[in-house]
Design a protein around this ligand. Structure first.
Ligand SMILES: [Zn+2]
Length: 97
């Protein structure tokens, strides 16, 4: 058991949360203009780094609000949680968005 700091509720047990995938995946500006391959790339292809990774989480058994977290995929340690826009273009160095 580990704990996650919900930006709204504070530190809560991990079993109150659900994983939501990679954070900051921008929705296509014109989805109808995408080829099938580009659409599949948007829907199914995500980064898979070993190290810091920005993710979406939802406090499903608490406030039910979404937020972002920076988690190390190797150690599973969550170094920070934050609110923010789904698209981020200025990620800190070494953090995959
Ligand atoms: Zn919460």
């Amino acid at each position: 058991m580990f704990y996650i700091d919900c930006p709204h509720c504070g530190r809560r047990p991990e079993d109150e949360f659900a994983y939501g995938g990679q954070a900051h995946v921008a929705y296509p500006a014109d989805p109808s203009a995408l080829s099938d391959q580009e659409w599949a790339q948007y829907l199914f292809y995500r980064d898979n780094p070993k190290g810091s990774y920005r993710e979406r989480w939802v406090h499903s058994a608490g406030c039910r609000k979404w937020f972002n977290a920076v988690r190390d995929t190797h150690t599973y340690e969550i170094s920070s949680t934050y609110l923010g826009a789904p698209e981020l273009t200025d990620a800190p160095e070494g953090v995959t968005t």
